[in-house]
Design a binder for this molecule. Structure first.
Ligand code: AP5
Length: 219
């Protein structure tokens, strides 16, 4: 099963992708996580992309193309994947088409999650993440058992530098300008399904499960 999960910053892509991967037995490919790891590790890629990621701007398409082609060719992606955060520009749709064509596979579903902007800002300003195991929390809707400590691995939780309110506004503006047209492209192809991102994560997961139907049950 190969799924593209789209939607604005903070709508719940990562939360739902993790659940879908556990259910379908496929790998979670989050371009945001890959880029943040590169920045934290100080790799040559990390040094090139740091300013873009921390400022809420998109990393240039040529860098993203190499990154995604390499990631989708790895053996763990051969059984399927949930793509979270890619494609984010119309050019990246073409890059993905080429990468999938080279692998002789296609995408089964393209979902776009939606939620009102004030809810998105609330979700992002309250988000805390584990730098160790990447678990995601929220101060109100999903607090850790012990304040500031990851339930899963015990690391100290952090706030992402791009979850400051001014950077969140910038990310939303970038989404409206550059990523919303991607939905138009998939809509024209007749493959885009909108999923209401309102409500708690269980409710959203149930909507995704219904949209995938029985295909996912054989996994
Ligand atoms: P990326 O990491 O992809 O960030 P994003 O798309 O802005 O998405 P987020 O990770 O912020 O949010 P999410 O939708 O996953 O929400 P989450 O589940 O965490 O990208 C970061 C940066 O990397 C970009 O700005 C760019 O610089 C670069 N980049 C990445 N991909 C790129 C690309 N393809 N091209 C160029 N540049 C790229 O949920 C948010 C919070 O809400 C959490 O606290 C969660 O617990 C809570 N929550 C989730 N669901 C619910 C719910 N139903 N009810 C209540 N709370 C909820």
């Amino acid at each position: 099963m190969r799924v593209v999960l789209m939607g604005p910053p903070g709508v719940g892509k990562g939360t739902q992708a993790a659940r879908l991967c556990a259910r379908l037995g496929v790998v979670h490919v989050s371009t945001g996580d890959i880029l943040r790891d590169a920045v934290e590790g100080g790799s040559p890629l990390g040094r090139k992309v740091r300013e873009f990621v921390e400022g809420g701007q998109l990393v240039p398409d040529d860098l993203m193309g190499d990154l995604i082609e390499d990631r989708l060719q790895r053996p763990d992606a051969s059984r399927g994947f949930i793509l979270d955060g890619f494609p984010r520009t119309v050019e990246q749709v073409a890059i993905l088409d080429r990468a999938l064509g080279n692998l002789d596979v296609t995408v089964d579903h393209v979902f776009i999650l939606s939620a009102p902007e004030d809810e998105i800002v609330r979700r992002l300003t309250g988000r805390r993440v584990c730098p160790g195991c990447k678990a995601v929390y929220h101060l109100e809707s999903k607090p850790p058992t012990s304040a500031g400590v990851c339930d899963a691995c015990g690391s100290a939780l952090i706030q992402r530098s791009d979850d400051e309110e001014d950077v969140i506004r910038e990310r939303l503006a970038v989404y409206a300008e550059l990523t919303a047209p991607v939905a138009g492209t998939y809509g024209e192809r007749g493959v885009l399904v909108e999923i209401d991102g309102h409500g708690d994560p269980d409710q959203v997961a149930a909507r995704l499960r219904d949209a995938i139907g029985t295909e996912g049950d054989s996994a």
